[in-house]
Design a protein around this ligand. Structure first.
Ligand SMILES: CC(C)(COP(=O)(O)OP(=O)(O)OC[C@H]1O[C@@H](n2cnc3c(N)ncnc32)[C@H](O)[C@@H]1OP(=O)(O)O)[C@@H](O)C(=O)NCCC(=O)NCCS
Length: 169
């Protein structure tokens, strides 16, 4: 099957495609403005049909008080008819390569419900202990599920609570 992954800067995304991606995000995850704005999209098409999407964010977080540059992954979704065929895995692998080589970050960081964590664990993402907080509408909230990181360089994740320094993704 003809599979194609495109990595697009969000600001250069064709407005019709950007609208489709935003609506798809909102169907899966609720209002988009409650989440950090994507800097890039990875989009997977199968036979020219949009099958999967994810967002990449170029962000800094604070870990135990130290600033760490991360590649954030958010809004990972595969259309129901294309699930369990490696679509999310292929996009995540491409995104990891991009974050390492093009963004030059040492870690990927994402939030997910525990039931979905195997998708990421299979690709080397690991859960980190401790709290993860973010700000939304002027208040600080603690993410109630899993925080996972992907080591992209030979460096250990620092210890301590994570502050996402703004909206979550
Ligand atoms: C989660 C989701 C993105 C997975 O997409 P996918 O393209 O089917 O994933 P893959 O085919 O690459 O799956 C790889 C492996 O991850 C695991 N996996 C896939 N979907 C899973 C799920 N929903 N729960 C737990 N593990 C899952 C399986 O081990 C799978 O391998 P297998 O199919 O050989 O068993 C898709 O189910 C989806 O869009 N769900 C709704 C949105 C969502 O919850 N996104 C995650 C936000 S954190």
């Amino acid at each position: 099957m003809n599979q194609r992954i495109r990595l697009l800067p969000a600001v250069e995304t064709d407005p019709a495609l950007a609208k489709e991606l935003r609506e798809w995000f909102e169907e899966e995850f609720g209002p988009a403005d409650r989440w950090g704005a994507p800097d890039y999209y990875a989009i997977l098409s199968l036979e020219e049909q949009l099958a999967g999407r994810l967002a990449i964010l170029d962000r800094e977080v604070s870990v135990g008080g130290a600033i760490v540059k991360v590649g954030g992954i958010g809004g990972v979704a595969t259309k129901p008819q294309f699930r369990h065929r490696g679509v999310a895995s292929a996009m995540l692998s491409r995104a990891a390569e991009f974050m390492k080589r093009d963004l030059g970050v040492e870690f990927g960081l994402l939030l997910c419900r525990h039931e979905v964590s195997p998708v990421y664990a299979k690709l080397g993402w690991i859960g980190v202990p401790g709290s993860t907080t973010f700000s939304r509408s002027g208040t600080t909230a603690t993410y109630p599920h899993d925080t996972m990181i992907l080591a992209l360089a030979e460096k250990a994740w620092p210890s301590g609570p994570i502050d996402m320094l703004g909206l979550p993704w």
